[in-house]
Each structure stands twice: as C-alpha cells, then as structure tokens.
Design a protein around this ligand. Structure first.
Ligand code: PAF
Length: 265
C-alpha cells in the first residue's frame, strides 16, 4: 500500500492503477462501517483508493473539529489489511492552500435537517468530494447509508455536474446493541451510550408503524424515551423513503435512519 500526501504524488500513484478504481472517502478513525465500505469497493473494483482527511471545511464548530478522533498510524494499518492500494492523506494546506476560494453549493438536497443545523457543512462535504473525485477519477465512490442526507447531496453533485462515476451506498453497520457505528461513538460514557440507544429503537418503532399504515414520524418521536431529537423526519432519496433522526447527547451528535421503502444502493 502506498501512502501519498500531495496532489502530485496522488496523480502519480493513480497513473499506476489499472482497471476500475473504487474510492472510499474517509475522515479516519476507521471502524467496521468503513471496513464495509472498503470491502464493497474491493469486491467491485480492481483497486481501492482511500482518502484520510479530517476536512475542516465541513465542521461548523471548531470544538467538534478539535475533538474529532485521529489515529493515523492505526488507520493506515487497517487500510493495508483491508487491501487498499493507495491512501491519500493530505494536510489541510494541501487541499485548501492559501488563496483557496472555490466552493460547491448543492441546493435543495443540502437544505433542511443537517443542512439547517450545521450551516456550511454540506458546502464543505460537496467541495471536498468534488476535489477527491477530480483527483482520483474513480469508477465508483462509496458512502455509508448512515449519512443519508450526505448521500443525497453527493448524488445531486454527481448528477448535476455530470461527473463520470457511480455513487454506491453501503448499509449502516451497527454494534451488537444496535447503535450505528460512528467515529464519534468513542466519546460516549456508558450512561450516555444507554441513552443514545433510544435513537435506533425509536426508528424501528417508526418503521413498524409505517408498515401498519401509521405515521412513522409520530411513532418514532413518541418512542424516543425522553431523548430530545434535533429532528425526526422523512427524507426522499431518489425514490427511496428514509426515516431519519438526529439527537445530541452531551457534546456528541448522533444520526441514524432506516429505509421505509425502496433501495439506496
Ligand atoms: O462521511 C464522511 O466521513 C465525510 O463527510 C467525507 C465523505 C469523507 C467527506 O469529508
């Protein structure tokens, strides 16, 4: 596995890859959810490129950026074991050099839910994804279902700018207790973790209600067990209907969703 840190080195490493290339964009702190993305990318492509970049442009709170978990040594080991051919781990200055001034704004898909709660978040995501797509020129890029609105934003970006790649969505990976895996879960103490579990449970209650013909949002909201949500909402993702919810416990935000109808893949 090659680790490259500059645009120049990435271009050179990319030229040495033959056939179809899968890109897995990450911010590191790799967990089994990332391993599922890497496994899907390996299965469907000749080579896998993984980016490892905590993108400052998508953080709306400096404290969240500062607290974001980082362990590059471990991440590189995990990536090598997962069969990644090239890791792109640039500095912030490499991707946003002095004088940087070009940003990508996706409109409708980036509005509401996370877009309203985290101003500028999806502008940062869309910009870094476009830059990674342009640099890596992948055949396919892999994203997790957990960040369903991010999937909608990235799909809109690819569709609107006619980018020549396919976006693949990999189902959410959960811990045995049902909590969706997230790089931020490590910040939770045991009591907070117990409270966070109300989110996936409530979404299951919402999905059951939908199957019975009842209102999934009302049912999930009522089942939150005292947890105050940032939102519980339906999201139409290119024809798939998703019940999405987010909540904050202490300083940590959690997102989760279940598919009510259709398919995100
Ligand atoms: O989902 C993430 O980890 C990030 O938003 C992404 C796609 C790597 C862009 O920085």
């Amino acid at each position: 596995m090659k680790t490259v840190r500059t645009v120049e080195e990435l271009r050179e490493a990319r030229r040495s890859l033959a056939g179809e290339v899968g890109l897995v964009p990450t911010m590191g702190a790799l967990h089994d959810g990332h391993l599922a993305l890497l496994a899907a990318a390996r299965a469907e492509n000749d080579a896998v490129v993984m980016s490892l970049f905590v993108n400052p442009a998508q953080f709306d709170e400096a404290s969240d950026l500062a607290a974001y978990p980082r362990d590059e040594e471990r991440d590189l080991q995990v990536a090598a074991e997962a069969g990644v051919a090239v890791v792109f781990a640039p500095s912030a200055e490499e991707l946003y050099p002095s004088g940087y001034q070009t940003w990508v704004e996706v409109e409708a898909a980036a509005q509401g839910l996370e877009g309203d709660l985290r101003p500028g978040h999806f502008r940062g995501v869309a910009t870094v994804c476009l830059k990674l797509f342009t640099l890596v020129q992948p055949t396919r890029a892999y994203f997790g279902q957990k960040d369903a609105q991010q999937v909608a934003v990235v799909r809109a970006l690819v569709r609107d700018l006619a980018l020549p790649l396919e976006i693949r969505v990999v189902p959410t990976v959960r811990d045995v207790d049902g909590l969706a895996l997230s790089s931020r879960n490590g910040r939770l103490g045991p009591a907070e973790r117990g409270r966070a579990l109300a989110l996936p449970r409530a979404l299951d209650v919402g999905a059951e209600a939908y199957r019975r013909g009842d209102d999934p949002v009302a049912a999930a909201t009522a089942a939150l067990d005292g947890l105050t949500p940032d939102y519980v909402s339906l999201l139409d993702l290119d024809g798939a209907l998703v019940l999405a919810a987010a909540a904050r416990i202490g300083t940590t935000r959690f997102l989760d969703n279940v598919i009510l109808e259709g398919d995100l893949a």
